[in-house]
Every structure is written in structure tokens, then in C-alpha cells.
Design a protein around this ligand. Structure first.
Ligand SMILES: Nc1ncnc2c1ncn2[C@@H]1O[C@H](COP(=O)(O)OP(=O)(O)OP(=O)(O)O)[C@@H](O)[C@H]1O
Ligand SMILES: [Mg+2]
Length: 219
């Protein structure tokens, strides 16, 4: 489904090259639940952002179902980001001025979906993540676990094939982590491909494959 070929990523500061990813070759099959581990600074977030087209690589290729998506035009890239990938981050990134319902609907708005259809889907998703009664609240009125569940509902709004999750339970207690993982597991069972970064060895049991990163390479 996704194939990374010889991916390198460097950051440059004050004339010095910092090689963050070094020649990464990596294939993810449809339906896998890949758990990505590794020390802080090893390049996990960088790799996830490159897979999800949130950040460009310095060299190498990304293939999606055999098609090279490395240097797509802006609008094609935006379409993939909106419809093929769903993103869940450690710090939620909800929009504070929008209520729960509006935050969940956001990706569908970009995709040009009809209001009624959007509301119906958002209702179903909020039901599924257990927040049907909090639709009108703002993110500031929610707990961390609730915010992350809103973020997951938002990530699922356009029914993406691939879910990229960067330490989605990193800021949560074990009860809330369990809820988030139950939701992700359900998505996996429904056939979604998931790549998740975590520091928590407890998450092993959800993975179909575990990968460790060290110093910009997969080991
Ligand atoms: N925008 C940036 N500019 C310059 N350097 C960056 C940038 N983003 C990341 N880096 C560097 O790239 C390296 C890898 O960062 P990355 O965020 O991918 O690590 P990580 O494995 O996700 O770590 P953590 O577990 O702490 O989240 C770090 O050394 C970091 O300083
Ligand atoms: Mg990170």
C-alpha cells in the first residue's frame, strides 16, 4: 500500500546538515497496524509526517499503491491529505473557536460535502467515540481524553484508508489511553491501515508489526 524508497531527510541550520532520516526503505501493507518505537529524537515524527505528506523529504520516493506521490502538485497532495490519510497527534490540534461538532466536520467541509450529510456522519462518529452529549462544547471545556476522542472522530470524518497517529495516548491516563486504543483497534478490524508512534510497550498487543527507530534508521 505505502512504500518508502531510500527516504532521507535533513534539516539545515547555520550551515550544518542534520541528517534526521537516513536511507529508509519501508513497506506497509494494507490492513497492517504498525507500531513505531524509538528514543526521543530518533526521527519517528519526521517519518510519520513524511508518510502523511505533511512534510517533504530531502530525497527518495513515496509510493501509494504503486503510484509515486512524492512530488505531487499542491492540490493533489491536499486531496490525499484530506481523503486518504487521517491524522491523530499527541496534542490534539483542535480549533478552539469551534465546538466539538464543528471540529469533527472540518475535513468534510474542505472536501465539499453537503451540510446535512456531514452532520449525520459527525453524529455517528461522536456517538461512536462516546461524546454525543458534548457536541456543542468547545475544546477548552473537555478533558484531554475527550479532546483526543474528538480528534479521532475528526480523523475518521472522510473515512481515510490510512490512519497516522503520533503518540495519540502520550498525554492520557491509562483509562483514557484504553478508550483511544479501543477506537483505533476497531478501525483496524474494519480494515484500516494504521501507523502509530508510541513510547509505551503496553501498546505491543495492538500491533501486527513493531518497528524500532534509532538515529534516523529502522532497526
Ligand atoms: N523543523 C525542524 N527543524 C530542525 N530540526 C528538526 C525539525 N523537526 C525535527 N528536527 C530534528 O529532527 C530530529 C528528529 O525529530 P523527531 O521529532 O522526528 O523525533 P521523534 O523520534 O519524534 O522524538 P520524540 O519521541 O521526542 O517525539 C531531532 O533531532 C529534531 O531536533
Ligand atoms: Mg515525535
Amino acid at each position: 500500500m505505502i512504500e518508502l524508497k531510500d527516504i532521507c531527510k535533513s534539516y539545515y541550520g547555520q550551515g550544518i546538515e542534520n541528517k534526521v532520516l537516513r536511507h529508509i526503505d519501508f513497506k506497509i501493507e494494507a490492513g497492517e497496524f504498525v507500531m513505531l518505537y524509538g528514543e526521543s529524537g530518533s526521527g519517528k515524527t519526521t517519518l510519520l509526517n513524511i508518510i502523511g505528506l505533511l512534510d517533504p523529504c530531502t530525497s527518495g520516493q513515496i509510493l501509494l499503491d504503486g503510484k509515486n506521490i512524492t512530488n505531487l502538485a499542491g492540490d493533489e497532495q491536499a486531496k490525499l491529505r484530506n481523503q486518504t490519510f487521517g491524522y491523530v497527534f499527541q496534542s490534539f490540534y483542535l480549533i478552539p473557536e469551534l465546538n466539538v461538532m464543528e471540529n469533527v466536520c472540518l475535513p468534510a467541509g474542505y472536501a465539499g460535502k453537503k451540510k446535512k450529510e456531514m452532520a449525520r456522519r459527525a453524529d455517528t462518529l461522536l456517538q461512536e467515540v462516546g461524546l454525543a452529549d458534548k457536541k456543542k462544547l468547545r475544546p477548552s471545556q473537555l478533558s484531554g481524553g475527550e479532546k483526543q476522542r474528538v480528534a479521532i472522530a475528526r480523523a475518521l470524518m472522510n473515512d481515510p484508508d490510512i490512519i497516522l497517529a503520533d503518540e495519540p495516548t502520550g498525554n492520557l491516563d491509562s483509562g483514557n489511553s484504553g478508550k483511544i486504543m479501543t477506537l483505533l483497534k476497531k478501525q483496524h478490524l474494519q480494515g484500516k491501515t494504521i501507523v502509530m508512534v508510541t513510547h509505551d510497550p503496553e501498546m505491543d498487543r495492538y500491533a501486527t508489526r513493531k518497528i524500532r527507530m534509532a538515529d534516523g534508521v529502522l532497526v
